[in-house]
Design a protein around this ligand. Structure first.
Ligand code: FAD
Length: 466
């Protein structure tokens, strides 16, 4: 997979201090894969920049020599996004991890792109503030911006796209541009910031971000409601949203996933289709909302409704939810995961989830369904033997059935994980004529095709570098 040292490596090493360029086999291996089943591929080198200027220097060097550059956060993505399929340089941003400015009065923070969301939240807590987007994994803020990540709290606070006020981006040829800034709104120029959000490292490298932050809620309570079916759970959740309750998270965990959770975390949650809920607000408002939520759940067929007021119990509940993917991996040693990510109109969400369950059973696949059901976005975790082509094909068949379903009801192939390699084949069908405009933008911003080649947007093979 790795065909010896490239001639340009000597020049590359001369451009940076010693500790910034690595060809150590362990470091190359760490940058050869993400958290998915997509086959790994080694980069030729990993570069660890410490400033926007160093990123620009690297891109000028790589662009002149048509060397692929793959921006890398912590590699927690799920569709092969960071796999250097054509070798080249993995650009690891994690040493750019400083807070540049905190402005509590403006509800804003300015960070370098390699900072992780939990490190940011630790620093914000002393100001009584928090950053809301929570994809579970301890991802970098640059990686989250580049995938337009969301997760459990989007139903209340919005997705990454809603939080980014400004950014610094280095273009493929090394030009540095600043987009947006520390203000709430603007009608000036074209909103290029939105173009880079969700661009998966294919249009530029994000080096800093101005992010919206929120005041820590006075109170946060969690609850678990169990139901006889996923349909009843979904309908009850949507009734709670219609009622205007102070919901900050509305997550579905199906009965198979609860079993995995109990087995790994030692929890004793009933093995039933379950809603994990969280409410944010003043204690008085929440004390009024909780009985209303329970009444809606029980009207909808809930067999139990357990409230967790203590922070420790609440943290345990969300930790169990967030570690679910690892619970599946733990229970299936040697297997990898394929995770679907469709997002559909709320009115047909229950149909989609039922289809996912039927597809798992009909194909004899091991896995379960969980969902950010306030957003119409759900995941099917499918455990596969990545070395068995028949197993991979069965799982990809399920993936395809769900994407086709989502597109047929006006939904999207990916609500939050992004395209990477795994959803490239659906882009033409989903975007139609708009895809040609996307390809033209890619050609304009990255004419040599060096930025994360082979991902996000299908292009003829001769247009990408490598
Ligand atoms: C257990 C688990 C649960 C998850 N749950 C969720 C979830 O609920 N919601 C969700 O949205 N995601 C989820 N994810 C996916 C993943 O955590 C997100 O996609 C995250 O945003 C990736 O961040 P990262 O730092 O790991 O980026 P990486 O995986 O390193 O990179 C992701 C993409 O962004 C590009 N990139 C990285 N940094 C930059 C930069 N500075 N400039 C330009 N491009 C860059 C890369 O080239 C790549 O294409 C989950 C993953 C796991 C493992």
């Amino acid at each position: 997979m790795h065909d010896g040292e490239r001639p340009w490596l000597t020049e590359l090493r001369a451009l940076f201090p010693n500790d910034r360029v690595s060809t150590n086999p362990t470091v190359l291996e760490q940058h050869s894969h993400d958290e998915s089943y997509h086959p790994p591929h080694l980069p030729d080198a990993v570069v660890f920049p410490k400033s926007t200027e160093e990123v620009a220097r690297l891109l000028r060097f790589a662009n002149a020599r048509r060397i692929p550059v793959i921006p890398f956060g912590v590699g927690s993505s799920l569709e092969g996004h960071v796999v250097p399929v054509r070798g080249g340089i993995s650009l690891d941003l994690t040493r750019m991890n400083r807070i540049l400015d905190v402005r509590p009065a403006d509800f804003l923070v300015h960070v370098e792109a390699g900072m992780t969301r939990t490190a940011l939240n630790r620093a914000l807590a002393r100001h009584g503030l928090f950053f809301s987007v929570d994809p579970g994994a301890d991802a970098t803020l640059g990686g989250m911006a580049a995938t337009n990540a969301s997760g459990t709290t989007a139903v209340r606070y919005g997705v990454m796209r809603d939080q980014v006020r400004g950014m610094t981006v280095v273009l493929a040829d090394g030009r540095v541009i600043r987009l947006g800034g520390p203000y709430v709104k603007s009608s000036s120029g074209y909103d290029l910031k939105q173009l880079f959000l969700g661009s998966e490292g294919t249009l530029g490298v994000i080096t800093s971000l101005w992010l919206r932050v929120f005041g820590l809620p006075e109170a946060a309570y969690a609850a678990r409601a169990t139901f006889p079916s996923v349909r009843q759970a979904v309908e009850a959740a949507h009734a709670m949203l219609r009622y205007g309750l102070a919901l900050a998270r509305v997550e579905l965990v199906d009965r198979t996933s609860i079993r995995q959770m109990n087995a790994m975390k030692g929890t004793t949650y009933p093995e039933a289709d379950t809603l994990f809920l969280e409410f944010h607000g003043s204690p008085a408002a929440l004390e009024a909302d909780l009985p209303a939520a329970e009444a809606i759940a029980r009207d909808g067929g809930a067999t139990a409704f357990e409230i967790e007021r203590e922070k420790e119990a609440r943290d345990r509940l969300w930790e169990a939810r967030h570690h679910l993917a690892y619970a599946y991996l733990h229970a299936h040693p040697g297997k990898k995961q394929l995770v679907t990510d469709v997002c559909v109109p709320l009115s047909v969400l229950a149909d989609g989830i039922e289809l996912a369950r039927r597809e798992l059973e009909a194909r004899g696949l091991e896995g379960g369904v969980l969902g950010h059901i306030g957003d119409g976005n759900f995941h099917t975790i499918v455990m596969i033997d990545a070395d068995d082509p028949a197993d991979v094909a069965r799982a990809e068949g399920l993936h395809e059935a769900l994407v086709r379903y989502a597109l047929s009801v006006g939904g999207t192939a990916t609500g939050e994980h992004g395209v990477g390699l795994g959803k490239l084949k659906y882009q033409a069908e989903e975007h139609g004529e708009a895809l040609s405009l996307m390809q033209a933008i890619k050609r304009l911003l990255d004419p040599a095709g060096i930025l994360n080649p082979g991902k996000k947007i299908p292009l003829p093979p001769d247009e990408s570098t490598g």
